[in-house]
Design a protein around this ligand. Structure first.
Ligand code: NDP
Length: 240
């Protein structure tokens, strides 16, 4: 029987690559998005993967959306909390609004995505929770106090969930991408992007598919004893 996977923010960028790779690996996949209907429609047209619209920052919307996915595709076995945003500003210019928007989407959004599927995973004695964190959560980043806080928080979430889920057959792990060639990064001015690339020992941006392959591994039966871990996929960007 094929397993069901939910990928938040699964219609664009890294999430789209994850949705496609999970589908290719045999999962029934549901991909969510926030509001870009055009991109979601194009994604469904291209891949045949059904998309669902809700705001991960809203618990009730997430719970209702997840219930709809489960009614359509069956119980969710694999949840990939990927949806994320940036609202960058140096700390002295960061507004409370910029702080809260990023916390609500990237951190509370993970709670809102995993909490509704957790009881079912416990009951069925199987689950895979995969959170897309970031190299900037591991090392911090200028003008990203809000973003780095959420991505470091993601690592605390998976390490704690791993301990709570281990005896119930549930694993929880994080993937920390380095800089990946998605719209988020390609929107950065070319000069800044070049300076970023100069700091990556691999000498290039990563591809979304390189993150997707990490997720497919963590979702698989082969990864059954990998729990509470972080896979760093960043072209050898080290940090202290
Ligand atoms: P994109 O901006 O390309 O795509 C973001 C996706 O998340 C879209 O599908 C978007 O929906 C969805 N989304 C955004 N906010 C919400 C929300 N409130 N509720 C539901 N869905 C939402 O992002 P990336 O692919 O670049 O990033 C994906 C993840 O990887 C993020 O968590 C990011 O922090 C992380 N990451 C990215 C890196 C990179 O270099 N790109 C590096 C390290 C980590 P819609 O299409 O409707 O806007």
């Amino acid at each position: 029987m094929s397993r069901t996977a939910l990928v938040t923010g699964g219609s664009r960028g890294i999430g789209a690559a994850i949705s496609k790779a999970l589908k290719a690996a045999g999962y029934s996949v549901a991909a969510t998005y926030a509001g870009n209907d055009e991109a979601a429609a194009a994604f469904t047209e291209e891949t045949g993967i059904k998309t669902y619209k809700w705001n991960v920052a809203d618990y009730d919307e997430s719970k209702a959306g997840i219930a709809k996915v489960e009614a359509d595709l069956g119980p969710i076995d694999v949840v990939v909390a990927n949806a994320g945003i940036t609202k960058d500003a140096p700390f002295h210019k960061m507004t409370p609004e910029q702080w809260h928007q990023v916390i609500d989407t990237n951190l509370t959004g993970v709670f809102n995505t995993v909490h509704p599927v957790w009881p079912g995973m416990r009951e069925r004695k199987f689950g895979r929770v995969i959170v897309i964190s970031s190299v900037n959560g591991q090392k911090g980043q200028f003008a990203q106090v809000n973003y780095a806080a959420t991505k470091a928080g993601d690592l605390g979430i998976v390490k704690s969930l791993a301990q709570e889920g281990a005896r119930a057959g549930i694993t929880a792990n994080a993937v920390c991408p380095g800089y990946i060639a998605t719209e988020m990064v390609m929107a950065v001015p070319e000069k800044v992007r070049e300076s970023i690339i100069a700091q990556i020992p691999a000498g290039r941006l990563g591809e979304p598919e390189e993150i997707a392959r990490c997720v497919v591994f963590l979702a698989s039966d082969e990864a059954s004893f990998v729990n509470g871990s972080t896979i760093s996929a960043n072209g050898a960007q080290f940090f202290s």
